[in-house]
Design a protein around this ligand. Structure first.
Ligand code: NAD
Length: 489
């Protein structure tokens, strides 16, 4: 099935604009390894134009600019964008399937979430008007105080490739709801649907300059955006190493940042569980989106008394996962996103082997797929806590396993990581689940499941998984500045 990739330019000041250096980046379909189109590559000159457009969007027509428009006005645009996304759902899902290798059903769910997220922040934008001038109770009657919630200003939004449009939306929707003007820099690895978002913003008549979209490389477009003196905040999702560079750049200007970074999340399986259900959640938690999820529960910590039987059922379950072209009926796992990601994942598996671990299943190319960046989901045992596979984020379909004998040991193993994004606990004893949830050093804990994510609930990590929270009202607060106004009466 040939899917035409729209040929787009950069989206600056409400218009398509050729990148200043006229450079383009090839788009490679990870299932076929073929070049299927190109995206424009922005550089510092384009960042300059986009920042200028965003600043003008906030200053234009004094009193009627985007920032001082009522939340209800901004909500109207967000709802119109949500409706466009829903109208184009099937096409957008196909584009993500061929751009980053996501199974078509999965990509379609993501697009539903994207539309839902725009609608959700439309509601919050409307609610914002009523929250202005909230009174503060003071201990002295001669003073009266209230609080204004104002947009932070021009924000730079830098996002990864694993959920191209969804990760962008988690930032764009609340930023626009808050009244900020934004410059989105999606990943050079998968940006096709983000450029379609630009087209939809154009079609709904979003005031020019309010959202600018610059595709391009991190070092050429992301870095000048992060260090730009007229960008008031950077919201970043990506690897811990890039997050640290962005924080360093922002620190020079004391620019606020929020960082959603990598993870190495644990899933603890106790001995009182339904083994089949637990195996299903374990597989889902690690292999959904090919393990290319920041919160993937990629370290299984299982009670020693059930470990052998549990692994047996888990491996059977995993062997039934259909690995195929994402557009094929019934596909559950597509290719990993790129050639370099493919090499990286295989290298992690080879290193684990050389360090003494055992590959129980998978970890190689499926026999029936000669082309494409496909890897059979892997389960690795005989792992020690000093091994690379236990310590570092793979961001691929690889689960490593350790056993435990006591609750304390399970918690110690789970927290034995620099990361602190997610964690899951599977047990029929809900009091125990509650205790473990409190003890886990993570921003998100799942009980008797792994990975469900809701637009209404806060998302984000601790430790080297970053700081700040997206989604829910926390997501909106990321883009609001709180002003105290106090009057002498
Ligand atoms: P990455 O860090 O390589 O790139 C992320 C973005 O940063 C891209 O747009 C890239 O172009 C840009 N970038 C790269 N170098 C830059 C620089 N010096 N200055 C400014 N921008 C720069 O990450 P990736 O490979 O795209 O994504 C995978 C990573 O993202 C994983 O570590 C994963 O855990 C993380 N992630 C985290 C979350 C979360 O919510 N915590 C969600 C999704 C992905």
């Amino acid at each position: 099935m040939a899917i035409p990739i729209p040929s787009r330019q950069l989206f600056i000041d409400g218009e398509w604009r050729e990148p200043t250096l006229k450079k383009r980046i090839p788009i490679i379909n990870p299932s076929t390894e073929e070049i299927i189109g190109t995206i424009p590559a922005a550089t510092a000159e384009d960042v300059e134009l986009a920042v200028d457009a965003a600043r003008k969007a906030l200053a234009r027509n004094k009193g009627r600019d985007w920032a001082s428009a009522s939340g209800a006005v901004r909500a109207k645009y967000l709802r119109a964008i949500a409706a466009k996304i829903t109208d184009r759902k099937s096409e957008l899902a196909k584009l993500e399937a061929i751009d980053c290798g996501k199974p078509l059903d999965e990509a379609a769910w993501d697009i539903d979430d994207v539309a839902g997220c725009f609608d959700y922040y439309a509601d919050l934008a409307e609610g914002l008007d009523a929250k202005q001038k909230a009174p503060v109770s003071l201990p002295m009657e001669s003073f009266k105080s209230y609080v204004l919630k104002e947009p932070i200003g021009v924000v730079g939004l830098i996002t990864p490739w694993n959920y191209p449009l969804l990760m962008a939306t988690w930032k764009v929707a609340p930023a626009l709801a808050a009244g900020c003007a934004a410059i989105l820099k999606p990943s050079e690895v998968a940006s096709v649907t983000c450029l379609e978002l630009a087209e939809m913003c154009r079609e709904v008549g979003l005031p020019r300059g309010v959202l600018n979209i610059l595709t391009g490389f991190g070092h050429e477009a992301g870095a000048p955006l992060a260090s730009h003196p007229h960008v008031d905040k950077i919201a970043f999702t990506g690897s811990t190493i890039t997050g640290s560079k962005i924080m360093t750049a922002a620190a020079q200007l004391v620019k606020p940042v929020s960082l959603e970074l990598g993870g190495k999340s644990p899933i603890i399986v106790f001995d009182d569980v339904d083994l089949d259900k637990a195996a299903e959640w374990t597989a889902f938690g690690c292999f959904w989106t090919n393990g290319q999820i920041c919160s993937a529960t990629s370290r299984l910590i299982v009670h020693e008394s059930i470990a052998a039987e549990f692994l047996d059922r888990l491996v059977k379950w995993i062997k039934n996962i259909k690995v195929s072209d994402p557009l094929e009926e019934g596909c559950r796992l597509g290719p990993v996103v790129s050639g370099s990601q493919y090499e990286k994942v295989l290298k992690f598996i080879a290193t684990a082997k050389s360090e003494g671990a055992t590959i129980v299943c998978g970890g190689d190319r499926p026999e029936h797929l000669k082309k494409g960046f496909f890897i059979q989901p892997a389960v690795i045992t005989d792992v020690t806590t000093s091994m690379q596979i236990w310590r570092e984020e793979v961001f691929g379909p690889v689960l490593c396993v350790k056993t435990f004998s006591s609750e304390d040991e399970a918690i110690e193993l789970a927290n034995d990581t620099h990361y602190g994004l997610g964690g899951a606990v599977i047990s029929n004893d809900l009091e125990r689940c509650d205790r473990v949830s409190k003890a886990l050093q993570a921003g998100i804990v799942w009980i008797n499941c792994s990975q469900p994510c809701f637009t209404q609930a806060p998302w984000g990590g601790n430790k080297r998984s970053g700081f700040g929270r997206e989604l829910g009202e926390w997501g909106l607060n990321n883009y609001l500045s709180v002003k105290q106004v106090t009057q002498y009466v």
